[in-house]
Write a protein that binds this ligand. Structure first.
Ligand SMILES: [Zn+2]
Length: 259
């Protein structure tokens, strides 16, 4: 039997993972790997009518239901929307979350995106990957988990619409064909009913799910498949350089299997 790995997908807000890498996660749990989905915040600013704690409680449950569809575990780091900063306490909290999840592979937000919450998440996760194996780095959290054996393989998902702050398309390393599990990916996003209803009310169309399909088909067309997700691997000096993610997916990064 092949080795089973642990994967942590950590992004800023509930539904970011569903847009950018839920198909890849569905393929991974289907193959028996252990997946944790983490959000930095519970999406407490994601409503114009409910107060912060009410919408946060609703969105935690939506995120949990989405993760449960692929037998993934869900956790929230309990930062707050528009209040994710790269500071000492935040890095310790993110490091603790990584130590608890014990991942071999981490998928996270891209370094450049349309909003600072995403960029700060990316930066915090990158440095927490480096900190997680350091025994002298204390997280100062309740019942701290032991340090990791090594730095996990780190990957960045697409920014919104694949663009940098000037609207230019960012380069990617490889694609994952997620056509086969797209129905599940769509179902996962549909769990975020509070956000879907909000957009439905504002635009009168089911724009929420359409955005996901449209973006996935743009990435898919780049490699000649129906639906794809794109990634960049972080290859800073001490970080693992081998592409473990593609290896365990059995894909070659251009839409072909059996790599
Ligand atoms: Zn977000």
């Amino acid at each position: 039997m092949s080795t089973l790995y642990r994967i942590l997908a950590i992004h800023a807000h509930p539904d970011d993972v569903e847009f950018q890498c839920a198909g890849t996660l569905a393929l991974l749990t289907e193959a028996g790997h252990h997946v944790t989905i983490a959000t930095m915040t519970p999406g407490d600013c994601g409503s114009a009518v409910q107060d912060a704690e009410t919408i946060a409680a609703i969105r935690r449950e939506e995120a949990r239901a989405s993760a449960a569809l692929i037998q993934a575990h869900y956790t929230c780091l309990e930062f707050r929307d528009l209040a994710i900063f790269n500071d000492d306490e935040s890095r310790r909290r993110v490091t603790e979350a990584i130590r608890r999840a014990r991942p071999d592979i981490i998928l996270t937000a891209p370094p450049v995106d349309y909003i600072a919450d995403h960029e700060m998440t990316s930066l915090l996760v990158r440095d927490a990957c480096f900190a997680a194996p350091c025994p002298n780095y204390l997280t100062r959290q309740w019942e701290p988990a032991p340090p990791l054996a090594g730095i996990p393989h780190l990957y960045f998902v697409d920014p919104l619409e694949g663009s940098d702050r000037e609207g230019n398309r960012v380069a990617v390393d490889f694609h994952v064909d997620v056509s086969r599990v797209f129905a599940t990916k769509r179902e996962m996003l549909a769990c975020h009913a509070s956000q879907r209803d909000w957009l439905l009310k504002q635009h009168g169309i089911d724009e929420y799910l359409d955005i996901q399909r449209r973006w996935g088909s743009i990435r898919g067309a780049e490699i000649g498949v129906e639906q794809a997700e794109a990634f960049r691997q972080y290859r800073g000096h001490p970080y693992p350089h081998d592409n473990l993610l593609l290896e365990i997916l059995g894909q070659d990064g251009r839409g072909r299997t059996g790599a």
